[in-house]
Design a protein around this ligand. Structure first.
Ligand SMILES: [Mn+2]
Length: 316
């Protein structure tokens, strides 16, 4: 599969790299890392990275390009494989679209699709491709890729971290990425962000079988002066890492009055619950969107009964 992708890179002169909307460290890191990888190994090619920007833009800025750049171009779509989540839909103008992703959702887009759902980060797949094809990588490319690996593995804490994760990290450090520099860049916090964490730690509630949860209306976002995304995705793991709490859920109202749901689990797969409510993701980290906080109670009930079943199995 990597060979097919390398052949396609060889074939095209213009390469444009997309990824999901509201990029996280892995989406941007994979995108900027792949851009640099192609630039230094194929200096005759012109490579662009496009999409929306958010507070991760310190990793690198996006290119602004005209529609005609897509004529006869090769497009990569990284860290996402479903159409509605892709940032900048002009990828449709390209001649060939390659999707590289590590999420469980079945792809609904792409001429060449590479999904490795056991991989912790999309950056890990990009690095494996580089390694297997003896591509050169420098510090400028290694830093965003290591940022992707670090953020999607929760600083090497998440349960699916394995030997490969560390091999890839070692490779990136050998290529010049300084892990302290990366941590400094990623984890020095704003005061309001730190205080929001305190708010979560002090206010989460528990269901009967200890699903930890928070229901955040718009006042939380406003009080701490952060985005909905920060309250939702960035805070969910404040409820993790506690003895006796195996599942945690974060329900956050957005501007449209919908409830953004982030679900996490220590070991039991919860992705079927996310799917039941129209969402998806990974086995232990997934999400969905709900219409109301009443619906959130149904999700909590389903999660709680997973733990109830687990408890009964344990007693048998
Ligand atoms: Mn990812």
């Amino acid at each position: 599969m990597y060979k097919d992708i390398i052949e396609l890179i060889n074939k095209y002169e213009t390469i444009i790299i997309h990824r999901h909307k509201n990029p996280d460290g892995d989406a941007l890191g994979s995108q900027l890392g792949l851009k640099r990888l192609i630039e230094i190994n194929y200096p005759s090619k012109t490579v662009y990275a496009v999409g929306d920007e958010n507070n991760y833009k310190f990793l690198g800025r996006m290119d602004i390009i005209n529609d005609d750049v897509y004529n006869n171009a090769l497009v990569f779509i990284l860290d996402v494989s479903v159409e509605r989540l892709i940032s900048d839909d002009r990828y449709k103008l390209a001649e060939h679209v390659i999707v590289i992703d590590h999420h469980l959702n079945p792809a609904d887009i792409g001429d060449t699709v590479l999904i490795k759902s056991s991989y912790i980060a999309c950056a890990e797949i990009i690095c494996e491709m580089a390694l297997e094809n003896d591509l050169k990588l420098d510090k400028k490319g290694a830093i965003p890729l290591l940022s992707g690996l670090v953020t999607d593995s929760g600083r090497f804490l998440y349960p699916n971290v394995n030997a490969t994760t560390f091999k890839i990290a070692a490779y990136l450090i050998e290529c010049g990425a300084d892990i302290q520099e990366v941590y400094e860049m990623l984890y020095v916090e704003e005061v309001n962000h730190k205080k929001l964490k305190g708010y979560f730690i002090n206010n989460f509630e528990l269901t009967k079988n200890n699903v930890a949860y928070m229901k955040n209306d718009l006042s939380v976002r406003d009080e701490f002066n952060v985005s909905t995304f920060t309250v939702s995705r960035a805070m969910v793991n404040q409820m993790g890492g506690m003895k006796g709490i195996d599942i945690w859920a974060n329900f956050t109202m957005d501007d449209e009055g919908l409830i953004q749901v982030e679900l996490r689990s220590k070991k039991i797969s919860i992705v079927d619950v996310a799917r039941k409510y129209g969402g998806g993701g990974h086995a232990l980290a997934c999400g969905c969107t709900l219409k109301s906080f009443e619906e959130a109670d149904l999700v909590l009930k389903d999660l709680d009964s997973l733990l109830e079943k687990e408890k009964q199995n344990g007693q048998e």
